[in-house]
Design a binder for this molecule. Structure first.
Ligand SMILES: Cc1cc2nc3c(=O)[nH]c(=O)nc-3n(C[C@H](O)[C@H](O)[C@H](O)COP(=O)(O)O)c2cc1C
Ligand code: SF4
Length: 416
């Protein structure tokens, strides 16, 4: 496919994922060897130079995060790999773990060296239990070969990796909830500060990154020719994994150069819509993402370009729905998800999600009034500014964008 580029995915299918020797044979761990000759600050600067943004959804500047984590003082620090991948229609991390597990470990090792951590934790969603043996084997082999443990590659660097299973809730992907879950507490978010980088897992300075964020690092360190910087458009440098699902002929994970048009992703890589169907809507970045219609098709897939078009990259998910699903049915399904996944800890999210669900049901029955629509709009706005965590803040993204793009869905005969 002309729009796919293998940079982060270049190891896929190239080695036996059960064998560390096989990984070493294709150059595995040479990025770690290189990293151990570099200052952590230089590694963070290298990531910052190509403007890598965290791939978990919030798009935080990764080089800056590692530099800040490195600057925090602490005898014992940790890095955490967020492999919870709970955002609906997001399944790229699963591919990175399944097809290149050693590269993920290498990325975490380089992260540990950079921020001066001694322990790395992988928090992997429970539904990926079939990948546990693969990761446990990779960790064990890395320990046996001296890539994990004490005095790694003859240096005084010590690093251990621990694998934890997720608790089965979407909210456990939120950083503080994830940390509570590893600690054996209920996976609920907490107020910040204290910030995770200062007091995170077991109250230690902690650096949390997504699977794709860690996975990109070994490739970047070995990229002497600047291949990565040759991809992309504008401020969005390099490549990105997107997971395309819904009503497309070939759903899947694709590595694209930033700047590839949404049309090429959906119609070329994912094979377009089933025959005879027309496009209803596209949701970007998972259930917490905004939606658009066919007007977005010629927009280049990049942080600024998507933002200007009213949506965002988020987790990299692209959900395509055709004319068989109404906007209202889509919103009601999304709303049912958030009602189920709200942890119930704070009022705007707990009550707001419930009430919006009731309003949407009323709308579906043809009983909603203009006052109901106005109340729904107001509640969505209150939720986005006053919820305790990102779940409540973004739960109404789809609704808010639908109100702009599909106003006819909310047209009612009652009084405002
Ligand atoms: C409700 C909620 C769920 C989240 N789920 C995930 C997830 O499954 N995986 C992930 O990497 N980040 C998730 N995030 C984002 C994380 O809180 C955090 O920003 C991210 O792991 C940081 O890594 P990055 O900087 O590499 O993106 C979630 C955030 C929220 C609010
Ligand atoms: S916003 Fe929702 S998920 Fe987040 S803490 Fe509040 S109730 Fe829980």
């Amino acid at each position: 496919m002309k729009h796919e580029v293998p940079f982060i995915t270049r190891n896929f299918g190239q080695y036996d994922t059960n064998s560390i020797d096989s990984y070493i044979n294709i150059g595995g761990f040479s990025a770690l060897k290189k990293a151990l000759t570099m200052e952590g600050e230089d590694i963070a600067a290298r990531i910052a130079a190509v403007k890598v943004k965290g791939r978990g959804g919030a798009a935080y500047d990764m080089g800056r995060k590692w530099s800040q984590a490195r600057a925090v003082k602490g005898e014992h620090k940790v890095v955490v790999c967020n492999a919870d991948e709970g955002e609906p229609c997001t399944f790229k991390d699963r591919e990175l773990i399944a097809q290149d597990p050693f590269n993920l470990l290498e990325g975490m090792l380089i992260g540990g060296w950079t921020v001066q951590a001694q322990d790395g934790y992988i928090y992997m969603r429970e539904e990926y239990r079939h990948l546990r043996p693969l990761l446990l084997n990779a960790i064990q082999q890395a320990e046996q070969k001296g890539f994990l443990g004490k005095n790694i590659l003859g240096t005084d660097f010590e690093f251990h990796i621990h694998l934890y299973s997720g608790a089965g809730a979407y909210v456990c992907g939120e950083g503080t909830a994830l940390i509570h879950s590893i600690e054996g507490k209920a996976g609920r978010p907490r107020m910040k500060p204290p910030f995770i980088k200062v007091s995170g897992l077991f109250s230690l300075p902690t650096c949390v990154n997504n699977v794709e964020s860690f996975s990109i690092v070994p490739h970047l360190l070995l990229d002497e020719q600047g291949e990565y910087a040759g991809y992309g458009s504008g401020e969005s440098i390099g490549t990105k994994l997107v997971s395309v699902g819904g009503n497309v002929v070939r759903p899947g994970v694709f590595e694209i150069s930033f700047g590839t048009s949404v049309r090429d992703i959906i119609y070329d890589l994912a094979g377009g819509l089933p025959p005879g169907r027309s496009l209803r809507l596209i949701q970007f970045g998972g259930a917490s993402g905004k939606i658009s219609d066919a007007r977005i098709l010629d927009t280049p897939y990049g942080y600024d370009e998507l933002k200007a078009a009213g949506v965002s990259v988020g987790s990299g998910a692209i959900l395509v729905l055709d004319d068989r699903t109404s906007v209202l049915d889509f919103l009601r399904t999304t709303q049912a998800f958030f009602c189920h996944e709200s942890c119930g800890q704070c009022t705007p999210c707990r009550e707001g999600n419930l009430h919006i669900r009731l309003f949407l049901d009323k709308l579906a029955r043809g009983e909603a009034t203009g006052a109901d629509i106005a109340a729904m709009k107001k509640i969505a706005n209150i939720m986005s500014i006053s919820s305790l965590c990102g779940l409540g803040e973004t739960a109404q993204s789809a609704l808010q964008s639908a109100m702009r793009i599909f106003p006819e869905t909310f047209a009612v005969g009652g009084t405002v």
